[in-house]
Design a protein around this ligand. Structure first.
Ligand code: SAH
Length: 437
């Protein structure tokens, strides 16, 4: 199937009042490679859920399910003290429990000998209830990449992927069981949203990964690598749309960066990736926690992005880019644009040029682009772009002054790469056989 790239219209330039945002209307010329092959998103082997108007279904609200038990990591330090006092216990127990959990990565009362033996089990059960049961663990890259499948208290399944690189350890965490954003090229979206995860369910993924690393369970560390042996970087690129679960994700981020009562991680090592929920991006910029921000753009033109990222029906490319630019203005943090390169769909040279124009129209030095060759997902008819096409896409952006680096995702062999996280029938069967707790 071929169709023409969209005919681009120009917006008349108007006088701009002082302080108003720059005119970001991009003057469009007839694309040089007009008429090249254009594949459009459509599904094969599975049905994309639709709303009553026939558009791809978007789920923002979490379906009602039993709430996970409240855990220390769901609470602020003061709330932890208040809860202990309700139980008739001194407030300083909070500090002790925090140390066990965030520094020693344990929820085992037997390891907490500084707590009085009498009532210890009950105290720990009340403050550090079990949240994630490990169902399966898959390894690749000689043990440097590990995918975990976790069962939550209500049987919902989520995954996280742990990766050792020279000088850093990255954990890709899930923020929702399933996802309501319904992007047709992403496996997670195909099954819809099961529910939001709690802040503590998000944090527990890190604590469990840290426990495994401390026990020597993550691949081989080179003798020249002097980095700390714990998770240093978090990417919210597992299951879910983090900004659709805003309050819990932010509580989790606060616990991650809290040096006194949490994990003490650096905010810049935490990447929040979103399909582009514009009001939530603005809120995030006002939080005063300079996390790294990533926008999953995947197309610079609304014609294609409307189909590729269904939420584009609410917030268009230009609005999402404006929000990304204001994130940079507020935080000083350079933002990333994610772009899965899909053969003949979004990898055209004219799209690289249009993307560069739209980014440059918003200033210099505020953004970099991370193209990722598409990872295959079940039932998908699309494939990654050809290597010369990928290279050309990257070259055009770099030549236009936009720092661009192709990112190859880890974990493809274990279906642990971006967009591949979904509970399979095999996972469900293994979960069935795993008791919770
Ligand atoms: N909901 C968030 C985070 C989850 S996905 C978001 O959309 O940003 C993390 C990244 O992987 C996103 O950029 C997403 O678009 C990308 N992705 C999804 N499916 C993919 C696939 N099949 N191949 C490559 N990247 C994919």
């Amino acid at each position: 199937m071929t169709d023409q790239p969209p005919v681009r219209t120009t917006t008349p330039r108007q006088a701009r009042p002082a302080g108003a945002p720059a005119d970001t209307a991009v003057r469009e010329t007839k694309p040089k490679d007009a008429g090249v092959r254009q594949v459009r998103p459509k599904t094969e082997g599975w049905q994309q859920a639709k709303d009553e108007t026939g558009r791809p279904l978007l789920q923002f609200a979490s379906p009602k399910r039993g709430k996970p038990p409240v855990h220390l990591a769901d609470l602020t330090h003061d709330e932890r003290i208040a809860k202990l006092k309700e139980l008739g216990l001194p407030g300083f127990r909070a500090k002790q429990l925090e140390k066990h959990y965030f520094t020693h990565y344990t929820s085992d009362p037997a390891a907490m000998t500084d707590l009085p033996a009498s009532g210890r089990e009950e105290l720990v059960a009340g403050m550090l209830p079990p949240l994630l049961t490990e169902v399966r663990r898959l390894e690749t890259d000689r043990g440097d990449t590990i995918k975990f499948l976790w069962k939550l208290h209500d049987g919902a399944l989520v995954e996280s992927v742990l990766m050792r690189y020279p000088g850093r350890i990255t954990l890709c965490v899930s923020s929702q069981a399933g996802c309501g954003m319904n992007c047709p090229f992403c496996a997670t979206g195909q099954a819809g949203l099961t529910r939001n995860m709690s802040a503590a369910e998000i944090i527990e993924q890190i604590v469990r990964a840290n426990a495994l690393i401390a026990a020597g369970g993550l691949g081989g560390k080179k003798s020249s690598d002097h980095s700390l042996d714990r998770v240093s970087n978090i990417v919210f690129m597992g299951m879910g749309e983090p900004l659709a679960n805003y309050a819990r994700v932010m509580q989790a981020v606060r616990v991650m960066v809290d040096k006194d009562h949490g994990l003490g991680m650096s905010a810049r090592g935490i990447t929040v990736s979103t399909v582009g929920l514009v009001p939530a991006i603005k809120k995030l910029a006002d939080e005063d926690i300079p996390v790294t921000f990533a926008l999953s753009l995947h197309a610079p033109d609304d014609g294609l992005r409307d189909e590729l990222i269904p939420v584009n029906s609410k917030w268009k490319v230009d609005e999402a880019l404006d929000a990304a630019r204001s994130y940079f203005d507020k935080t000083g943090r350079r933002v990333s644009i994610e772009y899965a390169l899909i053969k003949d769909m979004n990898d055209h040279a004219w799209r690289a040029d249009l993307l560069a124009d739209k980014l440059n129209a918003r200033g210099r030095g505020w953004v970099h682009v991370n193209p990722i060759p598409l990872n295959p997902t079940p039932g998908s008819i699309w494939t990654a772009s050809e290597v010369p096409v990928q290279n050309e896409f990257v070259r055009r952006l770099n030549d236009a002054g936009i720092p661009t680096t192709l990112r190859d995702t880890r974990g493809k062999e274990i279906d642990g790469a971006c967009g591949q996280l979904v509970a399979t029938e095999e996972d469900e069967a293994a979960a069935e056989a795993t008791p919770v707790g």
